[in-house]
Design a protein around this ligand. Structure first.
Ligand SMILES: Cc1cc2nc3c(=O)[nH]c(=O)nc-3n(C[C@H](O)[C@H](O)[C@H](O)COP(=O)(O)OP(=O)(O)OC[C@H]3O[C@@H](n4cnc5c(N)ncnc54)[C@H](O)[C@@H]3O)c2cc1C
Length: 465
C-alpha cells in the first residue's frame, strides 16, 4: 500500500495526504459519535483534475473511496469502515467560486465550499441562496447535494434537487461529467445530474455545482402562534398558503412537550405554552411593516389560541432562536431515539395520533418530542422514556423504529426526509422502499460503479446497521 499512498501523494501533494491517527481522527468519527472508522488515509485534492486522477488510481488498485464534506451527516454516511483499506477523500480544499451571474440568478461553486460561504457570496451580490440548515457553517455544497438537503425554507424554495441547475461529477473510473449548465429549461434527453443528488457519494464524486439564486427579500413578517391541536396547525398552514401564496416561507411546529423542554432550559423565553406552537414566516420584497400589518389583519380573522408577532429584527431573531434551540435543548435532557421522517403535511395529525397510541401500547412510559418543518411534512420525531427507564432506551430501538416506520409508510411517507440514510437506516430502507425502485437504483450503481468502489458498505450496496 505504500506504493499506492506514494501515488496519492504525487497527485495531491504530500502535505495533503493524512495518515497519522491524530490527523485522520476528525474524518473517522461521525457527527453523533455512533460510527468510528479506520481509513487507509485521507486525501485532500484541490482541483477536479486531482479528483479525477485519484479515482483513476483507486480504480487501478481497486481501493474503495469514501467522499466526505463537512461530516455533519448524522447517519454515518461519510464514515469509512474499520478495514483500514478505504481512502477518505475530503473536499474542503476544492472550495472556489467559479462564477456568479446575477442576471441569470445563478452561482457556480466548487463542492467543498461551505453552505454559509455560498449564502454570503449570494448576499454580497444582492441575491439569496435559500438553503439554510443549523449545520451551515460546516456542511459543504457537495454534501448538501449528496443528501438532497432541505432546511427551513423548503416550503417556498424546495430542496437541493430543486435548487440545482448543473453539476460537475467525477465518475468512479475518473471520467469527468461536465454538466455545469445554468439553464432552467433543457428538453434534450434525461437529466442525468439528478442521479447524483441524494446518492450519498455512491455513484460518483461531485466537484462543482451551478445553483439557483433568488431576489433577496427585504420584508419579513414572523409570528409565534399557539393552536389547540396538530389538526388546527395543519389547517392554519393551508389557510396561510391560500392567503399569502409563495410568500409563506417557513412553517414550523412544536408540540407541548417541546415547549415544556424549552421552558425548562430557557425559562421565561417562551411567550406561552399551548398544545402546539407554530413559527410562521412570510418574506417578500418591499417594506416589513406593510407585510407585518397584512399578517396581523389576516390573523385577526382566524381562530388562534394565542400569538405574538415580531416587530423588529431583534424580535424575529429571538423567535428563531427558540426554534433553533430545540435540538440542543433535547440533547441536554438526555438520549433519545431520533427519526427525521416525512409524511404529506395533510397526514401529520393522523400520523401523530396513531403513532403515539401504538407506541404507548407497547411502551407506556414513552415521551415523544415532535417538532419540525410541517410545511413540507418533515418532522423530527424523537423518542425517550420518562426516567429512570431511559437508561435501557436503546435496547428497544428496533421495536420503536418498526412501529414508527410502519406508520410512516402507511401514511405514504419516508424514513429519511432530512439526514439521509447512510449506515444508520440501510436495513430499514431495504424493508420499506419499493423493491422495484431499489432494484433500479442497484442497476444504475452497477452501470456507473461496476467494481463497487464508491462509498461501499452503505445502503446502495446493501450495507447498514
Ligand atoms: C445541527 C445539524 C442540523 C442539521 N439540519 C439539517 C436540516 O435542516 N436539513 C437537512 O437536510 N440536513 C440537516 N442536517 C444534516 C446534514 O447537515 C446535511 O445532511 C448536510 O447536507 C451534509 O453535508 P456535509 O457536507 O456535512 O456532508 P457529509 O456528512 O460529509 O456527507 C454526507 C454524504 O454525502 C457524501 N458526500 C459528501 N461530499 C460529497 C461530494 N462532494 N461528492 C459526492 N458525495 C459526497 C458523503 O459520502 C456522505 O454519503 C443537520 C445536521 C446537523 C449536525
Amino acid at each position: 500500500m505504500s506504493h499506492f499512498l506514494a501515488a496519492v501523494a504525487a497527485i495531491v501533494g504530500a502535505p495533503h495526504v493524512l495518515t497519522q491517527p491524530q490527523d485522520t481522527a476528525p474524518y473517522t468519527l461521525d457527527y453523533r459519535r455512533r460510527y468510528q472508522g479506520l481509513p487507509l488515509a485521507v486525501a485532500l485534492p484541490g482541483t477536479t483534475a486531482e479528483v479525477a486522477a485519484l479515482l483513476q488510481l483507486c480504480q487501478l488498485h481497486q481501493v474503495a473511496v469514501v467522499p466526505q464534506g463537512g461530516n455533519t451527516s448524522t447517519c454515518g454516511a461519510a464514515t469509512p469502515d474499520t478495514s483500514g483499506r478505504q481512502l477518505v477523500i475530503g473536499l474542503r480544499r476544492l472550495n472556489r467560486l467559479r462564477a456568479i451571474d446575477t442576471a441569470n440568478n445563478s452561482i457556480t461553486v466548487e463542492a467543498g465550499m461551505t453552505l454559509a460561504q455560498v449564502q454570503q457570496l449570494a448576499t454580497a451580490a444582492g441575491r439569496l441562496f435559500p438553503l439554510s440548515l443549523a449545520s451551515e457553517g460546516s456542511c459543504q455544497i457537495g454534501g448538501n447535494l449528496s443528501t438532497n438537503a432541505g432546511g427551513l425554507a423548503v416550503l417556498r424554495y424546495g430542496t437541493m434537487r430543486e435548487l440545482t441547475l448543473g453539476l460537475e461529477v467525477v465518475l468512479p473510473d475518473g471520467q469527468v461529467l461536465h454538466q455545469l449548465s445554468a439553464l432552467r429549461k433543457d428538453t434534450s434527453g434525461l437529466d442525468v445530474k439528478q442521479l447524483f443528488i441524494g446518492a450519498e457519494g455512491q455513484l460518483g464524486l461531485i466537484t462543482a455545482a451551478t445553483l439557483k439564486l433568488f431576489p433577496l427579500p427585504t420584508a419579513h413578517a414572523t409570528a409565534w402562534l399557539g393552536v389547540d391541536s396538530s389538526q388546527a396547525a395543519i389547517d392554519l398552514l393551508s389557510a396561510l398558503r391560500q392567503a399569502f401564496g409563495d410568500r409563506l416561507t417557513t412553517f414550523e411546529i412544536m408540540s407541548d412537550a417541546c415547549q415544556h423542554l424549552l421552558e425548562k432550559y430557557h425559562p421565561g423565553q417562551l411567550p406561552f405554552i399551548q398544545p402546539w406552537a407554530v413559527l410562521a414566516e412570510l418574506s417578500d420584497s418591499g417594506d416589513s411593516h406593510l407585510l407585518q400589518q397584512q399578517l396581523v389583519d389576516w390573523l385577526a380573522t382566524q381562530q388562534i389560541a394565542d400569538g405574538v408577532l415580531a416587530h423588529s429584527e431583534a424580535d424575529r431573531q429571538q423567535l428563531w432562536q427558540l426554534r433553533e434551540a430545540m435540538s440542543e435543548t433535547q440533547k441536554r435532557d438526555g438520549a433519545s431515539i431520533k427519526h427525521d421522517i416525512g409524511v404529506p403535511s395533510s397526514a401529520i395529525p393522523d400520523f401523530l395520533q396513531q403513532c403515539e397510541s401504538a407506541l404507548r401500547r407497547v411502551f407506556p412510559t414513552v415521551r415523544i418530542i415532535a417538532f419540525g418543518h410541517a410545511g413540507d411534512g418533515n418532522l423530527h420525531y424523537n423518542i425517550s422514556y420518562t426516567r429512570p427507564d431511559n437508561a435501557h432506551l436503546f435496547e428497544d430501538e428496533d421495536s420503536v423504529n418498526a412501529i414508527v416506520y410502519d406508520l410512516v409508510y402507511r401514511h405514504q411517507g419516508t424514513l429519511a426526509a432530512e439526514h439521509g440514510v447512510g449506515q444508520l437506516k440501510g436495513h430499514w430502507l431495504q424493508r420499506y422502499k419499493d423493491p422495484l425502485a431499489l432494484q433500479l437504483m442497484r442497476n444504475i450503481k452497477q452501470v456507473l460503479d461496476p467494481h463497487g468502489l464508491m462509498n461501499p458498505g452503505k445502503w446502495l450496496s446493501g450495507g447498514g446497521d
